[in-house]
Design a protein around this ligand. Structure first.
Ligand code: 3HC
Length: 399
């Protein structure tokens, strides 16, 4: 693979699979997307076509580029069409058994030196690698929605992933896909979802428990500098995806994570988010919250206590800060990679959460967390690292 990766296979053409395929063909790489049924293959093809159609309409690409991109794309229902790929990226739904089966199939099909990656947002890479006879050539490549816009890939090193595999994947993402990368350990939620999900959870819990307008919470987040409010972003990511990751994190560490029942309630009603079903927390395209309000009034009739949207937003940010500090404490990634992950993966405003904590003062965060721990429970317990830094007034970054 001296001259880079010439053809990739993408297994699964849903929201993320089609997005990854669009990014790859945009960068001149031939892509074969494999879907289960002709209907799903058709849907994947049209989703990718829409990405380039939108870019064309906005004047960001010309007709020739449109044709070149679409010309590099092949969509199939036959796994054997992936045979010539140097790299396969699996992007199917987050079920370990389904993914393991696909990994075994790819392992039997691809050349011995080909790399197999998973776009899983949380599942252990080591377990997927164990389904193959090439665990050294398996890693996590976690993209962000929408891949064509979000400048980040989390590279997850499983217990047996080789250094050379990490280097090839890094070079592919940086040089060919032109994406920033961070290296993260194989821990639940890696870095970015570990920060994002607790932030989402506080927002969802607040509207279940209190009389507070979701639009106001979104407005607080946007006033702080986030490009989308939490409910807009939840609808963008998808409720089913968020529910799954929240459940997985909760199983891994119930003291810090929980699953707001509202995710399940929305999912059961088929409200999977803006792009998946046109409804989620809000109803699109008007982005109104009438249905949500009616649902909340019916299911949670006792939410009379008013809650200030600014305080909800502080809770969301504190939940994210706790995870940023604990990730650093556990060496889940370097401090610089935690910052880059937050900034480029979820458009965290400013440099990153650890810089934000340095700027607000460790003592102030410690005080806020102690107060929230007393009021809302142990998920806000201050991490030991914060206590140590606060005691000696040492910032995370000293430049
Ligand atoms: N509320 C809701 N939707 C919005 C929005 C808002 N405030 N702003 C933009 N959008 C939607 C648009 O409707 C459009 O959707 P479509 O493609 O379905 O039509 C899409 O975003 C693109 O919009 P634009 O082309 O107008 O682009 P912008 O210049 O507004 O930027 C953005 C869009 C780059 C997506 C920017 O808003 C952003 O950075 N948002 C944060 C996205 C993010 O954090 N992604 C990561 C999610 S986590 C993840 O993917 C990991 C997974 O494992 C969960």
């Amino acid at each position: 693979m001296e001259h880079g990766i010439s053809r990739i296979g993408v297994v699964g053409g849903g929201l993320m699979g089609s997005g990854i395929a669009a990014l790859a063909v945009y960068r001149g790489i031939a892509v074969t997307v494999r879907e289960e049924t002709p209907e799903l293959a058709d849907r994947a093809y049209h989703a990718i076509e829409k990405v380039f159609g939108d870019l064309l309409q906005k004047g960001k690409i010309d007709n020739l580029t449109y044709l070149q991109c679409m010309g590099l794309l092949e969509v199939t229902t036959d796994m054997r069409d992936l045979r010539g790929a140097n790299l396969a990226v699996e992007a199917v739904s987050e079920r370990l058994d389904i993914k393991e089966k696909i990994f075994a199939e790819l392992d039997a099909l691809l050349a011995p030196n080909a790399i197999i990656a998973s776009n899983t947002s949380s599942l252990p890479i080591a377990q997927l690698a164990a389904a193959t006879a090439r665990p050294d050539r398996v890693l996590g490549m976690h993209f962000f929605n929408p891949p064509i816009r979000m400048d980040l890939v989390e590279l997850v090193r499983g217990a047996e992933t080789s250094k050379i595999t990490m280097s090839i994947a890094e070079a592919f993402c940086r040089e060919q896909l032109q994406r920033q990368t961070i290296r993260v350990t194989d821990r639940p939620g890696f870095i970015v979802n570990r920060l994002l999900i607790p932030y989402f959870n506080e927002a969802a819990l607040a509207i279940e428990l209190y009389d507070v307008d979701p639009h106001q919470i979104d407005a607080e987040a946007k006033a702080y500098g986030w490009p989308m409010g939490p409910f807009e972003l939840l609808d963008f990511v998808g409720i089913d995806t968020t529910l799954w990751i929240a459940e997985f994190l909760n199983e891994s560490c119930a003291n810090r994570f929980f699953v707001p029942p509202l995710y399940r309630l929305l999912a059961e009603q088929g409200r999977m988010g803006a792009r998946k079903t046109g409804t989620g927390f809000y109803t699109y395209p008007s982005r109104d919250s009438q249905h949500l309000e009616a649902l909340l009034a019916k299911r949670y009739p006792h939410r009379n206590e008013r809650m200030d949207a600014k305080h909800v937003f502080d809770r969301m940010m504190c939940a994210l800060y706790v995870q940023a500090i604990e990730a650093l404490e556990e060496e889940a990634a370097s401090a610089a990679d935690i910052e880059l992950g937050a900034k480029n993966g979820i458009a965290f405003p400013g440099i990153g959460p650890l810089h934000a904590i340095d700027a607000m003062g460790h003592g102030k965060l410690l005080w806020m967390l102690r107060d929230m721990e007393r009021t809302y429970g142990p998920r806000f317990a201050p991490p030991e690292l914060l206590k140590r830094h606060s005691a000696c007034e040492a910032p995370f970054f000293s430049e």
